[in-house]
Design a protein around this ligand. Structure first.
Ligand SMILES: [Zn+2]
Ligand SMILES: [Zn+2]
Length: 124
């Protein structure tokens, strides 16, 4: 077992939706220095810079299972529902997702500018 790859980042992860960038040090389902962690998907991972614990890591993002874009795990960019989906793909296939996912997405949308400030009188 060598640990030479432990410290140096493999590259820089870049979310293709929100342009978040961060250096990642591992890609895969089993982060190094963890005993029993097996992620549900291939993920881009960096060691948690805020934790002295070597086994701590952050999942930066993963590849959309539909369009293969790299997306971060932020709620604005992707969701995980048995696989990783970027939000544009979710929107395109929304009816394929269960109601709770659809509701969750509704909540994620910024409610600010979308809603017209209607003050229509209740007709009839
Ligand atoms: Zn993103
Ligand atoms: Zn996608």
């Amino acid at each position: 077992m060598t640990s030479e790859a432990e410290r140096s980042p493999l590259g820089v992860f870049e979310c293709q939706l929100c342009a978040l960038t961060a250096p990642y040090s591992y890609v895969g389902q089993k982060p190094p220095n963890t005993q029993s962690v097996l992620l549900l998907e291939e993920s881009y991972i960096m060691k948690d810079p805020f934790s002295p614990d070597r086994g701590r890591f952050l999942v930066l993002g993963a590849q959309c299972s539909v369009c293969s874009r790299l997306v971060c795990v932020g709620p604005e960019c992707s969701l995980f529902y048995s696989k990783r989906f970027c939000l544009p793909c979710v929107q395109k296939n929304l009816s394929a997702f269960p109601p709770e996912i659809q509701q969750d997405l509704e909540k994620r949308k910024a409610p600010s500018s979308k809603r017209p400030l209607g003050r229509a009188c209740p007709g009839t």
